[in-house]
Write a protein that binds this ligand. Structure first.
Ligand SMILES: Nc1ncnc2c1ncn2[C@@H]1O[C@H](COP(=O)(O)OP(=O)(O)OP(=O)(O)O)[C@@H](O)[C@H]1O
Length: 243
């Protein structure tokens, strides 16, 4: 039976980093089995928000609940997969060795390394030393680690940076298949053309949410045909409402 409680519930979240408030009261829900896209310019707070959801960010106020528990609860460790922007894998191990190592740490099923290597399209590189991979291949190893154990929530910080359009499309097809299998995904990106592949978008700017809606709804609301234009339109509207 589908649970009606959201996978993630963020309420009035405030975060201070380096003595400065970088999230100013952010509120939203993410329904289970959906893909939320997080978009916004560099420095707007995307990574900070993802860190709060994973439970590795000290928060100054508000609440973050994940799969029915407070973010960062020990019980969530194996239910949430997190791929950081900077790959956190061992350069001197092969792709397969890295995956086997992290699978044993997470106590993931024995055949999981082979499954996730296939899912991210790295079959031909399984025995290559990770330090010799290209940037795009390295980020896919990082993504593969997050997929180990088939977590219910995947938090992916710019997983498609540096990938060519064909690979990006393949990864978005994988994300969609995972969501159809019941997983919830939160994916940050700089790239507006990826935004259309999400179920819902949060457009962020300067530590706040500029808009929250479906890609279609945002295009309609702004009367624009593409999301890049919609984003600019929303910024202009917001600037207008402040003067
Ligand atoms: N450790 C830190 N100490 C002080 N300030 C920080 C720290 N980490 C991030 N910040 C600041 O917090 C704000 C939000 O940063 P964050 O990394 O969340 O942005 P982002 O939207 O993910 O950017 P990008 O897309 O470039 O990764 C930025 O202004 C950044 O300078």
């Amino acid at each position: 039976m589908m649970s009606s409680s959201p996978a993630v519930r963020v309420q009035d979240l405030h975060v201070v980093r380096g003595g400065r408030e970088v999230l100013h009261g952010v509120t939203f829900d993410v329904p289970r089995g959906s893909i939320l896209g997080l978009l916004g310019p560099s420095g707007c707070g995307k990574t900070t928000l993802l860190r709060a959801i994973v439970g590795v960010q000290h928060v100054a106020g508000g609440a973050v609940d994940v799969l029915g528990e407070p973010a960062g609860s020990p019980g969530l460790r194996r239910r949430v997969g997190y791929a950081t922007q900077t790959p956190a894998v061992y350069a001197d191990l092969t792709v397969a060795e890295n995956l086997r190592y992290f699978a044993s740490v997470l106590r993931a099923p024995r055949d999981d390394p082979a499954r996730v290597i296939d899912e991210v399209g790295l079959g031909r590189h399984r025995d290559q030393t990770t330090g010799t991979l290209s940037g795009g291949q390295l980020s896919r190893v990082n993504l593969a680690v997050a997929l180990l154990g088939a977590p219910e929530l995947l938090v992916l910080d710019e997983p498609t940076v540096g990938l060519d359009p064909v690979l990006r499309q393949e990864l978005w097809e994988l994300f969609r298949a995972l969501a159809e299998g019941g997983a919830t995904l939160i994916v940050s990106s700089h790239v507006m053309d990826e935004a259309g592949r999400t179920d819902r978008l949060l457009l962020m700017r300067e530590g706040g949410i500029l808009a929250d809606g479906t890609p279609e709804g945002l295009r309609e609301r702004t009367g624009t045909s593409d999301l890049e234009a919609a984003f600019l339109q929303l910024i202009t509207e917001k600037a207008g409402s402040l003067t």
